[in-house]
Design a protein around this ligand. Structure first.
Ligand code: ATP
Length: 749
């Protein structure tokens, strides 16, 4: 070991010793906090069991229980903070840092050495032994080449002289690799990392963030950050580090619950779920667009984009008719804003076959409001009037015989449960019990009012569609009969409903992230912008991987979004360097793109991709042989099909000979071994080896280049295109030096 390395190792040993001392102290505190919480909880449990029917004790007990509750909450919080610290210290004790910068501030004689890790570590004298990678000064590590560099601080720009930049790979407290670099973050460490096997979970990339990724991560000024990057360029990685950065940067007024990530599927959600915890941060909320819509259309089955995709691969163009066109969201908003009251579809509030409040009455209440009010304002005011009205209707029932009958037949249990909520004055008890009986009876009406059911938004949307496109209106009505709603109708219908009722808007979310944004229509993005008005948007996409729409240039995407979504400060960041695949794979897959877009491959070498074509009568044997030959060198080997239907057939033909796992839309975990899955579930994921199943001309005509590109770009180390019959023209037009060819007569091993 050279002396430089020796002295770094000595420092590491000293830092780890201090980390471990702190870990011991915090672990003791944690044990104490745990013990205390258990005691308080037990005490709370006993208090909560006190008989609250004893009136004298009731108030006192309530206050005591509240106090205990607060105490439990406080203890839980303390314990969880300590748990976080323990986790963080454990992580640091294995690998305290990954970078060092030597800087000299103006006027200083001696340079300062700063070490950068996944979290800060301060010794008992408040010396920073490790700086958090998100600290303002750490940006020098990611952005600066040696010489004079600037970095942003809360007090403005600072200038320093960067004298040295050193990278470390430390594992179990030992330096495994260390070198100085003048680049942003040197290639060697990246080489090392990218050569590893794929994992069930994505890793954080803080040690090797690249300069252009850093600008995504640290952006705090734009309300729309549009990241358009080629496959494997680190878009998802960058956005997750961005979340961690924002949580650190705005920790006074931002918590993870104020962020939401729209992800393409459950597999992906699970795949990325370890990144933030590995950086000591809480995970942010994740949702798929399908889930989001489904929650808003209770009782309806929302069509899934995957089903649309499957149908498109097999259906004739005629079947695809009568789908809603784009631009409906804006039209729906205008329609709802200008809808004359006569045309609003009010619905009578009925109970047990009797109309309690007629549609005419509701319309009258609505009409009585100032014309200048917005529909949402009128709707809320009508709602309040209806609540008052139903209360009055109930009051008129209090002395009726049916209420007296019910009162006399109240069960013991019902009386006991209500007696806690009614007054103890004997003369008031009967009145209040009558009120309870009536309110209970009218509960469905109250609920209908609270849930906005006094307008039939489906009928209203149907009326709207009739004006725009009667064929779509008809198909919408047909689907509704079967309690279904098509994908394209979701956003415009919600927009119409929200505009009329003023509901559906979430003001809490401050940051919204969308991965695979090329699969979202402008209509859907418009709706999300409306539903999350306070959120800054970060959209990640690669229009070359558009499975459901047509590819657009990044600039065109930006123009469309800026014009339609009305963001004030929008920025486009393009990423052209691909990190996932070997040089050879990236070099091959960029030839699939018709636009001739230049993807910069990362300088990591491997085998050439292989194109295998086999005869239709022997493809099973050949495929089996191929899989077996690739299995041992690839921890995860994905066989990617176009549709789930093909994946099912493939699984059947392979499973008697081989252990295979087929993934479905409901799968949420990646398995090691051989995986069969359709392309739309492979989005955002990566595998050691990929076999793209049946890349014949029939399966992949020229216009399906985007599907082929997406499938091939999932491969990290090895790629095989397996064609039954003549390979696709997309492949045959690629320079033959970029891949190896084997045919039915050649061994595929
Ligand atoms: N700076 C980096 N340091 C180390 N690894 C990186 C870096 N950037 C990206 N990677 C790795 O490259 C791979 C691809 O990254 P990621 O999945 O974030 O790309 P993507 O652009 O979202 O891909 P796609 O659009 O194809 O799904 C991952 O294995 C990731 O860990």
């Amino acid at each position: 070991m050279n002396s430089e390395k020796q002295s770094e190792q000595t420092r590491i040993n000293q830092v780890i010793l201090k980390i471990k001392q702190k870990l011991t102290a915090i672990t003791a505190e944690l044990n104490e906090a745990h013990f205390e919480r258990a005691a308080v909880e037990q005490n709370y449990g006993q208090n909560a069991k006190i008989n609250t029917l004893e009136v004298d004790d009731q108030m006192e007990t309530n206050a005591e229980v509240q106090q205990q509750k607060q105490l439990v909450a406080k203890n839980v919080q303390t314990e969880s903070i300590l748990q976080q610290q323990v986790k963080q210290l454990r992580r640091l004790s294995d690998s305290p840092y990954f970078g060092r910068i030597d800087i000299c501030e103006p006027g200083d004689q001696q340079p300062e050495k700063l070490y950068i890790g996944t979290a800060s570590f301060v010794d008992s004298q408040n010396n920073f032994l490790v700086y958090d990678w998100r600290a303002p000064i750490s940006s020098i590590y990611y952005n600066g080449t040696l010489g004079s560099v600037n970095y942003q601080t809360p007090a403005g720009q600072q200038q320093v002289e960067l004298l040295k930049k050193r990278q470390f790979k430390i594992k179990q407290g030992k330096i495994r690799n260390m070198f100085d670099t003048n680049e942003t973050v040197g290639d060697s460490l990246l080489q090392d990392l990218l050569s590893e096997h794929s994992d069930q979970y994505m890793h954080n990339i803080v040690a090797t963030i690249q300069q252009e990724q850093n600008s995504i991560i640290r952006d705090t000024t734009h309300d729309l950050l549009l990241v358009q990057g080629v496959a494997g360029s680190g878009k998802t990685s960058a956005v997750l580090q961005r979340v961690a950065f924002l949580l650190y940067h705005s920790r006074q007024d931002l918590v993870a619950d104020q962020m939401v990530l729209f992800s393409p599927n459950y597999l992906f959600s699970n795949y990325i779920s370890e990144v933030l915890p590995s950086l000591g941060e809480k995970n942010l909320r994740q949702v798929t667009l399908h889930e989001f819509f489904s929650r808003r259309f209770e009782g309806l089955q929302v069509e899934n984009l995957f089903t649309v995709f499957e149908a498109r691969q097999t259906a004739s163009p005629q079947i695809q008719n009568h789908r809603a066109a784009s631009g409906l969201v804006q039209k729906a908003a205008v329609y709802a804003q200008t809808l004359p009251v006569e045309q609003i579809c009010f619905v009578a509030l009925n109970l047990a076959g009797e109309s309690i409040i007629s549609a005419r009455t509701i319309k009258k209440l609505y009409q009585s409001l100032p014309v200048s009010w917005s529909p949402a304002l009128k709707f809320t005011a009508t709602k309040k009037k209806l609540l008052r009205l139903i209360k009055k209707i109930g009051e008129r029932q209090l002395a009726k015989d049916w209420v007296t009958d019910k009162l006399q037949n109240l069960s013991e249990e019902q009386i006991r449960s209500w007696s806690r909520q009614v007054s103890q004055e004997p003369q008031l008890i009967e009145k209040q019990l009558r009120q309870k009986i009536v309110k209970n009876y009218y509960r469905p009406i109250y609920e209908a009012i609270y849930n906005d059911y006094f307008i039939d938004s489906y009928q209203q949307y149907s009326d709207f569609l009739l004006k725009i496109d009667p064929a779509v209106a008809k198909s919408f009505a047909n689907q509704l009969e079967y309690h279904q709603i098509s994908w394209e109708n979701c956003a415009p219908l919600l927009m119409l409903r929200d505009t009329l009722t003023g509901s559906g808007i979430n003001h809490q979310i401050k940051y919204l992230f969308i991965d695979e944004m090329q699969d979202y229509s402008v209509d859907q993005l418009l709706y999300l912008k409306h539903a999350f008005p306070k959120a800054k948007f970060t959209l990640l996409g690669d229009s070359q991987q558009a499975l459901y729409t047509v590819a657009q240039t990044p600039q065109a995407v930006l123009t469309t979004l800026k014009d339609q979504l009305k963001f004030k400060k929008a920025k486009l960041i393009e990423l052209n360097k691909s990190y996932r695949s070997t040089f050879e794979i990236t070099d091959f897959i960029q030839q699939i793109l018709p636009t001739g877009q230049q993807i910069q491959p990362f300088n990591r070498h491997g085998q050439l991709p292989q194109v295998v074509s086999v005869q239709p009568d022997c493809w099973q044997i050949k495929l089996l042989k191929l899989i077996k030959s690739l299995q041992h060198s690839n921890q995860t080997l994905a066989v990617i099909t176009q549709t789930q239907a093909t994946a099912i057939k493939l699984e059947k033909s392979l499973q008697s000979q081989l252990k295979v796992t087929r993934l479905t839309a409901n799968s949420n975990k990646l398995e090691h071994g051989v995986i069969v899955l359709p392309i739309y579930l492979a989005k955002g994921l990566e595998f050691d080896g990929v076999i793209v199943f049946n890349t014949s001309q029939t399966a992949y005509p020229t216009e399906k280049w985007s599907l082929l590109y997406t499938a091939c770009s999932r491969a990290m180390h090895q790629l095989v295109l397996f064609s039954i019959g003549q390979p696709s023209k997309i492949i045959s037009q690629i320079n033959t030096q970029k891949y190896l060819i084997s045919n039915a007569n050649t061994s595929v091993s």
